[in-house]
Design a protein around this ligand. Structure first.
Ligand code: UDP
Length: 337
């Protein structure tokens, strides 16, 4: 009989690649499925089996289940940029909803036991109360948030009748990098605040744009709850282990229970990097709520999880990765000459 494996979709992406590395540390051998549209195969070590495939192509998914005996899935493969989803909603529903349904269809045929879904704080929209609890009003303000919420509902319906357990982990702002600096947040088209600030610090960008300074917050800029990617991985692992021991799973927030404004992040990054980081105030970005801060009491109570990394650690590890990537790029450019 084939050995049971865990499938990591989107394992060549930012959070997925950290998850793969985390599971390897725990002695597991995950299989990665990724179309490499936004992921990078060099975020994976050579011993990791990467199946290049797309969730829109059912035959690609079938290939995975034919080759391996998969009994658990962590599903990271998705599009995740709020502004892009506002501009191209159909792409988001196709990739995030249809893609996940295709995956679940094959998973159910193959008697999957556990499914962990990457959800998001974007399912809450503009919250009525801060910090946000899981039973808060669900009113996503973007197609991205709606696509994730739809999948939460679908998972709840399917798990009930097909006998698998699922957890939907609602990440607040995933950030930081593995402390060794080997893997980190890397996107061909970067839109996220911390990597853009650090690219400015290193001189790859002239300045950082602050999207709006007229929000109802203390300095007018948006407040977010930044959570370290390794803390996110630990939460997945704890939830998986609990589900394997019979826990039914559920919906959980993953955040730090602390909020920082865009300006505060820039100030913190200036201190940690020792670099000047020029900024300019720009128009608000579509779909951005003013303030998102997590209440993580539910996952703490259920599985004992709490974040180990604070904002300083987040920026330090992200900066370490930025420096290493910068060095690599400079060397590559020299080689090309
Ligand atoms: N942001 C900004 N300038 C940028 C990128 C982001 O002011 O170049 C702001 C954005 O409006 C939001 C916060 O930083 O309030 C975090 O944005 P990010 O894209 O990192 O994550 P999101 O909250 O959209 O998931």
């Amino acid at each position: 009989m084939k050995k049971k494996k865990i499938l990591i979709t989107g394992g060549a992406g930012y959070i997925g690649s950290h998850m793969v590395s985390y599971l390897k540390e725990k002695g597991m051998q995950p299989v990665v499925f990724d179309n490499l549209s936004t992921g990078f195969s060099d975020l994976l070590t050579d011993d990791i089996e990467l199946i290049e495939g797309d969730l829109q192509n059912i035959n690609d998914i079938k290939r995975v289940f034919e080759k391996y005996s998969i009994d658990k899935i962590m599903h990271f493969a998705a599009s995740s940029i709020v502004s892009e989803s506002v501009a191209n909603p159909l792409d988001y529903y196709r990739n995030n909803v249809l893609g996940c349904i295709n995956l679940l269809n094959e998973a159910i045929k193959n008697s999957i036991k556990h499914f962990i879904f990457s959800s998001t704080a974007a399912v809450y929209g503009e919250p009525e109360k801060i910090p946000i609890k899981e039973d808060s009003h669900l009113m996503p303000s973007s197609p991205y948030g709606r696509s994730k919420l739809m999948m939460e509902y679908i998972l709840s319906d399917l798990s009930r009748i097909h006998g698998f357990s699922y957890a939907a982990l609602r990440y607040f702002n995933a950030s930081g990098a593995e402390p060794n600096g080997i893997i980190g947040e890397k996107h061909a088209k970067e839109t996220h605040l911390i990597p853009l600030i650090l690219k400015t610090a290193i001189g790859d960008l002239e300045k950082i744009s602050i999207y709006g300074n007229d929000y109802p917050t203390m300095d007018g800029t948006c407040i977010r709850d930044y959570i370290h990617v390794v803390d996110i991985c630990e939460a997945h692992y704890l939830v998986l282990k609990a589900m394997e021991s019979g826990d039914p799973g559920g919906v959980f927030n993953l955040g730090n229970n602390k909020g920082y404004s865009v300006k505060e992040i820039i100030d913190a990054a200036q201190k940690i990097t020792g670099k000047e980081i020029p900024s300019e105030i720009c128009e608000r970005r579509l779909g951005d709520p003013a303030k998102l801060i997590a209440d993580y009491e539910k996952i703490n109570r259920s599985f004992g999880w709490k974040p180990k990394y604070n904002l300083e650690n987040i920026i330090e590890t992200a900066w370490n990765f930025t420096l290493k990537e910068h060095e690599k790029n400079v060397l590559n450019r020299k080689k090309e000459k």
